[in-house]
Design a protein around this ligand. Structure first.
Ligand code: C2E
Ligand code: CA
Ligand code: CA
Ligand code: CA
Length: 275
C-alpha cells in the first residue's frame, strides 16, 4: 500500500513539484529558524598588510540547523531574498554585528554584507541608524559591503542611498571587485571607502605574473582614488608575501583565521596580535 501511495503521488504530481515542495519546506524552515534564533554570526579578521595588525572583522552569517548542522549562507540567502525574509534577517545581522562590535573594545571595524534586496528596501538607512543607536557603536567602525548587483540597478537611487548612509558616518566597501563586468566605471561613480579584490585574483599570487599585475594595478588605482584595498582569500604565506609588494593595504583569508563564532574572537585577536 505504501509503494502504491508513493506511486500515485508521482503519477499525479509532475516532477517539478518535488522541487517546489523542497523549496516550500526550506522556506518554512527558514521562517521557523528566524523565530527560533538559529542564525549566528561568525567573524573573520581583516589584517593590515604592512603591520599584520587586525584592523577589522567581517560578519558572516551561519544557520545552526538542528538536524543539518552549520549551514553556509550561499545555500539559503538566495531563497530568503526571493521570499523577502532577507529583510528581517538582514536587520538582525546588522543589530547583532553592531552589538558584538561595541562589546569588543578598540577600533576594529565591523564589516556587514548587505543583500541587494536589503539595499533597495525602503527602511535600510533607518535600520542602520537604529542598529548604531541601540548598540552605541561609533559609526566609523561600521562598514557596509555591497556588490555590483546593487550598482546595476537604478543609479540615482543607489547614489542617494549611499550618500544617506555616508551621512551617518559609516563606510562603504565594494565587495567581490573584478568579478562583474563594469567594475571600473563603478569606482568612478560611487563613493567607496574600500574595494575588496575578489579571491580569484589572490589565488595564483606568487605563482603567475598576471595575478600580481592585476592586484598591483587595482591597488594603485584605488590609492589614487583614496580608497583602501583588501585582498580576499589569502590562504598562504607565499600569497601574503607577494601581496605586500603589490601595494594592497589589507588581507583577509584562512591564513589568519577561518570565520569563527563571537565567543572565540577576543582570544583570536590576542593570538593575532602576537604575530
Ligand atoms: P563574501 O562576502 O565574499 O565573503 C567571503 C567568503 O569567503 C566567506 O564565505 C568566507 O568564509 C570565505 N573565505 C574567507 N577566507 C577565505 C579563504 O582564504 N579561502 C576561501 N576559499 N574562502 C575564504 P561564506 O561565509 O560561506 O559566505 C559566502 C557569501 O555569503 C559571502 O561572500 C556573502 O556574499 C554572503 N553572506 C555571508 N554573510 C552574509 C550576510 O550576513 N548577509 C548577506 N546578505 N550575505 C552574506
Ligand atoms: Ca563580503
Ligand atoms: Ca567577497
Ligand atoms: Ca560574494
Amino acid at each position: 500500500a505504501k509503494a502504491d501511495g508513493r506511486g500515485r503521488l508521482c503519477f499525479f504530481e509532475p516532477e517539478m513539484d518535488a522541487k517546489m515542495q523542497a523549496r516550500r519546506r526550506l522556506e518554512m524552515d527558514l521562517r521557523r529558524a528566524l523565530v527560533a534564533r538559529e542564525f549566528e554570526l561568525f567573524f573573520q579578521p581583516i589584517v593590515e598588510v604592512r603591520s599584520r595588525r587586525v584592523t577589522g572583522l567581517e560578519a558572516l552569517l551561519r544557520w545552526n540547523h538542528p538536524e543539518r548542522g552549520l549551514v553556509p549562507p550561499d545555500s539559503f540567502i538566495p531563497l530568503t531574498e526571493e521570499i523577502g525574509l532577507i529583510l528581517p534577517l538582514g536587520e538582525w545581522v546588522l543589530e547583532e554585528a553592531c552589538a558584538q562590535a561595541a562589546r569588543w573594545a578598540g577600533d576594529t571595524t565591523i564589516a556587514v554584507n548587505l543583500s541587494p534586496v536589503q539595499f533597495s528596501s525602503r527602511g535600510l538607512v533607518d535600520t542602520v541608524e537604529r542598529a548604531l543607536r541601540e548598540s552605541g557603536l561609533d559609526p566609523r567602525r561600521l562598514e557596509l559591503e555591497i556588490t555590483e548587483t546593487v550598482m546595476l540597478r537604478d543609479t540615482e537611487a543607489t547614489l542617494s542611498t549611499l550618500h544617506r548612509l555616508k551621512a551617518l558616518g559609516v563606510r562603504i566597501a565594494m565587495d567581490d571587485f573584478g568579478t562583474g563586468y563594469s567594475s571600473l566605471s563603478y569606482l568612478q561613480r560611487f563613493p567607496f571607502d574600500k574595494v575588496k579584490i575578489d579571491r580569484c585574483f589572490t589565488r595564483d599570487l606568487g605563482q603567475t605574473q598576471q595575478s600580481g599585475a592585476i592586484i598591483r594595478a587595482v591597488a594603485g588605482m584605488c590609492q589614487g582614488l583614496d580608497m583602501r584595498t583588501t585582498a580576499e582569500g589569502v590562504e598562504t604565506e607565499e600569497q601574503f608575501r607577494a601581496l605586500a609588494q603589490k601595494g594592497c593595504i589589507e588581507a583577509q583569508g584562512y591564513l589568519f583565521s577561518h570565520p569563527r563564532p563571537a565567543v572565540e574572537i577576543p582570544a583570536m585577536l590576542a593570538r593575532l596580535s602576537q604575530f
